[in-house]
Design a protein around this ligand. Structure first.
Ligand code: SF4
Length: 740
């Protein structure tokens, strides 16, 4: 937990107070002989090691290290310092521990570029793999990926600058620690994977802006990453080792080289010349700069990996979720019911369909266009064959290992439950019936990030990217967990935003990751609030289950209407919970919500409900009383909700706005948006009444057919269906009378 807020700390400065370090006066003229890090993702002698499963994901990113450059240069600030700060902020947004920039030294170029053996194998394998997804624009991504996979390696072009990404190791897992069976000796691979994910997105982003860029990872590279880190002022070379302040030798690197002109950082002065107060004094102990501190830099310093970074052990566990699920009567619906699928097939009219052509609703924002290339490519790794018999058969040990591995890799919260048949869609993307193949679920959530959310309105030009960033993180880490399960002999699939066969909210409830919130299908977590995206890995591996949680949210949301009041499309109900398809929820108007998100002119997509919710917290010690009162004194909820407005929480913090407001134009280049940018503040004067809302819902009887062609929505029928929804009590009574 943090003592000092980051409110006034710009995002490009990052978590460590790098700006307070002593630096040399000029770039380095000579460089030491720094060895290239040897990081292998192949460990056949240890089939239980998670490292084997991370290999294909690292290889996929290596395949995407280059790519076509947008022929139209974006309209972006000319100042190299502005550009440098922007790209560093993007790197921190992607969770780098440190970011630095250097003019690319000739000495950093390798005489013999590295290429991992895994990359060539994956490139050959990609030709065989097919996709089955409803996501728009994936055909373009696949064509692009196959081109990249079959392209011969070319010499590094005349790049002038390098962006260096440093990812710190958490503490080493102890061999006697519960859950450490699969994660021993995997630090270098973990750091390489996370840094490479960041670099892959940044390089693609730079190319989307019309400049060339290439990734140099720990496995495939034209550059010596250690030498770049030294030149970019992230490390020093002392005692024949690279050392980073506060971190020491425990980190991994990735580099993006580019021809974009960027303001470089100066090299660091020797560690002995660094101000003691900055490196180890009270300021660092407390984190007075608002970033990381000695206490918070490693969330696992005092916790087992299997327990995760948040104190879930303090929550009240219950046998059933706090909202009713009529499990025997939950109807299974086709995947085609998803509003984004309906929009794409024209069910919601030509305006929505046009806005989705080629995935335009996502790629109109440059950061998410960059994230989407990798996210789409990873569809090919979500599922696969098993090649051995199962070995790990102890359910409790499996559960602990799965959670420890998820948290070690970087998932923010994970929970285990059964995966009942009623949580599976009835038909897949082609309209083929789904026979549920797995009965166990590992649900995971990824924080969308407090820092960027602070600077955003929730529906501006970074909104879609906040979602894609979290979806991508799950696709990499959840995908690696699914691969690991298959390596251990159990079928497993990672269900991502691009290709998933299960409904995730009920699984999140069953696995104790949150409660139903007023926002509707968004499950709210007590530590992250609604500021999250989820993913699920299904499998047949036997595991013990977590139990649902109760942290008082039902009473809180009853008393608080803030998300409904702030929703730009008026899609969130201000009324009571109702039964929908067998679930008791605050049912929102998903058609209104999806239409607004897809056709938003002043930004790309929307997450304003997450932004403005009082549970969207920074993780400060000062927030402890709020959490306790909100969870334990339901009568105080109206007061807390009002207080949240009074102190301006949920408003805009311009210090945190690091992204550029640019929009993809018809010529494919990014430039000034046509419409005014959404920069909303709170609407505290609005008194939203349920009786003034007109909402539509589409329960199972109004669901579309399962096939990939149009089935127009009937909004009048949806409005009537909303009026006909009943409470959980009434539903139970009708069921008892045999009326449902
Ligand atoms: Fe619940 Fe209020 Fe958050 Fe909406 S804004 S989800 S009503 S706590």
């Amino acid at each position: 937990m943090k003592f000092f807020s980051s409110r006034s700390r710009p995002v490009h400065l990052g978590g460590y107070p790098l700006e307070r370090l002593a630096r040399l006066r000029a770039p380095l003229a000579e460089f030491p002989d720094i060895p290239f890090p040897e990081v292998s993702f192949s460990r056949p002698e240890h089939p239980e090691s998670i490292v084997n499963a991370m290999g294909p994901f690292q290889a996929m990113m290596d395949v995407l290290r280059t790519g076509p450059v947008n022929p139209v240069r974006a309209i972006i600030p000319e100042d190299p310092a502005d550009r440098a700060n922007h790209l560093k902020a993007f790197g921190y947004y992607n969770d780098a521990s440190m970011m630095g920039i250097c003019a690319l030294p000739d000495a950093a170029r390798l005489d013999k570029p590295r290429q991992s053996p895994g990359t060539g194998a994956l490139a050959r394998d990609l030709r065989e793999r097919q996709t089955k997804t409803l996501a728009a624009g994936v055909d373009v991504i696949m064509a692009n990926l196959r081109d990249a996979a079959s392209a011969p390696a070319t010499p590094l072009p005349a790049h002038t600058h390098a962006l260096v990404i440093l990812n710190a190791y958490p503490r080493d897992p102890r061999p006697d620690e519960p859950g450490s069976d699969w994660i021993i000796d995997a630090q270098a691979q973990r750091a390489a994977l996370r840094a490479t994910e960041n670099a892959t997105v940044l390089a693609e982003y730079i190319r989307q802006l019309g400049f060339d860029a290439r990734v140099h990872s720990a496995t495939t590279s034209d550059l010596n990453p250690g030498l770049c880190a030294l030149a970019a002022g992230l490390t020093v070379w002392e005692g024949d080792a690279l050392k980073a302040p506060w971190i020491g030798e425990r980190f991994g690197l990735a580099v993006v080289s580019t021809d974009m002109d960027l303001a470089p950082d100066l090299p660091l002065s020797p560690l002995a010349e660094q101000p003691v107060s900055v490196i180890g004094g009270l300021a660092w102990q407390l984190g007075t700069h608002g970033g990381l501190s000695d206490r918070t830099q490693d969330p696992f310093a005092r916790r087992d990996f299997a327990a995760g970074p948040h104190p879930f052990e303090r929550l009240k566990r219950i046998d059933k979720p706090t909202t009713y699920i009529d499990a025997p009567n939950v109807p299974r619906i086709p995947k085609r019911t998803d509003m984004f699928a309906r929009g794409q097939f024209g069910d919601m009219g030509p305006k929505v369909q046009d806005a989705m052509k080629g995935g335009h609703h996502v790629i109109k924002s440059a950061p998410s266009a960059a994230q989407r290339r990798l996210l789409g490519a990873l569809i090919l790794l979500q599922d696969g064959d098993i090649t051995s018999d199962p070995t790990e058969t102890d359910p409790a040990r499996n559960a602990t290992n799965l959670k420890a591995a998820s948290y070690f890799l970087g998932i923010d919260a994970a929970g285990l439950s059964a995966c009942p048949d009623w949580t599976w869609y009835s038909h897949d993307a082609t309209g083929t019936p789904i026979d549920p193949p797995h009965d166990q679920a590992l649900s995971m959530i990824v924080d969308q990030g407090f820092e960027t959310m602070e600077g955003a309105s929730g529906d501006d030009w970074i909104s879609v990217s906040q979602s894609m960033r979290a979806y991508l993180r799950f696709a990499v880490l959840g995908g690696a967990i699914a691969q690991h399960l298959r390596n251990l002999g159990y079928p497993a699939k990672a269900h991502t935003v691009m290709d998933g066969d299960v409904l995730q909210p009920p699984l999140l409830l069953l696995s104790g990751l949150g409660e139903v919130s007023r926002i509707g299908e968004v499950i709210l977590n007590p530590f992250l609030g609604p500021r999250l995206k989820s993913g699920v890995v299904t499998t047949t591996m036997p595991v013990t289950h977590d139990r649902p949680i109760d942290f008082g949210l039902q009473a809180f949301c009853e008393a608080c209407n803030k998300c409904a009041r702030e929703c730009p499309s008026g899609a969130i109900t201000a009324g009571p919970k109702r039964m929908f398809n067998g679930y008791e929820i605050w049912k929102s108007d998903s058609q209104k919500c999806a239409t607004y998100r897809i056709t938003n002119q002043g930004g790309a997509m929307c997450g304003r409900c997450m932004k403005t919710c009082p549970w969207n917290l920074e993780g400060l010690f000062a927030e402890t009383p709020f959490r306790w009162i909100a969870s334990n004194l339901p009568a105080a909820a109206p007061l807390l909700a009002k207080l949240d407005d009074k102190v301006g929480k949920g408003g805009l913090n311009p210090v945190k706005k690091w992204w550029w407001d640019i929009e993809r134009k018809p010529d494919g280049g990014y430039g000034i948006p046509a419409a005014p940018v959404n920069a909303r503040d709170l609407q505290t004067d609005l008194d939203l009444k349920f009786e003034d809302q007109t909402l539509a819902v589409y329960p199972a009887p109004l669901a579309p057919h399962p096939w990939p062609y149009p089935d127009p929505m009937n909004r009048e029928a949806g409005i009537k269906a909303h009026a006909d929804l009943v409470s959980a009590d009434e539903h139970r009574a009708r069921t008892a009378r045999g009326e449902t």
